[in-house]
Design a protein around this ligand. Structure first.
Ligand SMILES: NC(=O)c1ccc[n+]([C@@H]2O[C@H](COP(=O)([O-])OP(=O)(O)OC[C@H]3O[C@@H](n4cnc5c(N)ncnc54)[C@H](OP(=O)(O)O)[C@@H]3O)[C@@H](O)[C@H]2O)c1
Length: 168
């Protein structure tokens, strides 16, 4: 099973603030939805709660939520709650998942980047204020296999580069 991280990151490393995204970039949202569709997604409890209630669990994917809380939410169709990251990864494996997407937030990226086989990073070509950062990592360990440049437009205020990095 491939373990992939998927994240949008500003030039100064910000991924969020006040438990929300700090930008509105519909092209990136569509990229995220299309890339993760049909797969298991693993999320920290805080990131999960940042998804508007009517949209969670995100449909057409198995949402695996990591929390230390013992009675957080009951498992439901499309929703699995685990108490540690490894159990979440093993749950995806038990479903014969081909590619597990780790979708954040900061705490979860920090604890999983060492075991990531692939990173899908949306580089947002702007600086933002926020309180949550993507972890620093050694880019030399990865090979860039794709970079798609998306210019700003009426809906998307910033240039974005959709970058795929594969662990060497
Ligand atoms: N730009 C992007 O691509 C992107 C993507 C995702 C999220 N974000 C942003 O990131 C921010 C949220 O990130 P965050 O770092 O605050 O929180 P987070 O990583 O989403 O969730 C943290 C929570 O996960 C649980 N947790 C973490 N490690 C655990 C472990 N080893 N075992 C069991 N449970 C564990 C804990 O839940 P309990 O407290 O319940 O125990 C912890 O409070 C938001 O601003 C969000 O918008 C941005």
């Amino acid at each position: 099973m491939t373990i992939s991280l998927i994240a949008a990151v500003s030039e100064n490393g910000i991924i969020g603030g006040n438990n929300q995204l700090v930008w509105n970039l519909p092209v990136d949202t569509r990229f995220f939805m299309k890339t993760t569709e049909g797969h298991c997604i693993l999320t920290g409890r805080r990131n999960y709660e940042s998804i508007p209630e009517k949209f969670r669990p995100l449909k057409n994917r198995t949402n695996i939520v990591v929390t230390t809380q013992q009675n957080y939410l009951k498992d439901a169709p499309g929703l699995k709650v685990v108490n540690n990251i490894q159990d979440g990864i093993e749950f995806a494996r038990s479903l014969s998942e081909r590619e597990l997407f780790i979708i954040g937030g900061g705490e979860i990226y920090t604890q999983t980047i060492q075991q990531a086989d692939r990173l899908y990073l949306t580089e947002i070509k702007a600086q933002f204020k926020g309180d949550t950062y993507f972890p620093s990592f050694n880019r030399d360990l990865f090979e860039e296999t794709s970079r798609i440049i998306c210019r700003p437009d009426a809906e998307n205020a910033h240039e974005m580069h959709f970058v795929t990095l594969e662990r060497k």
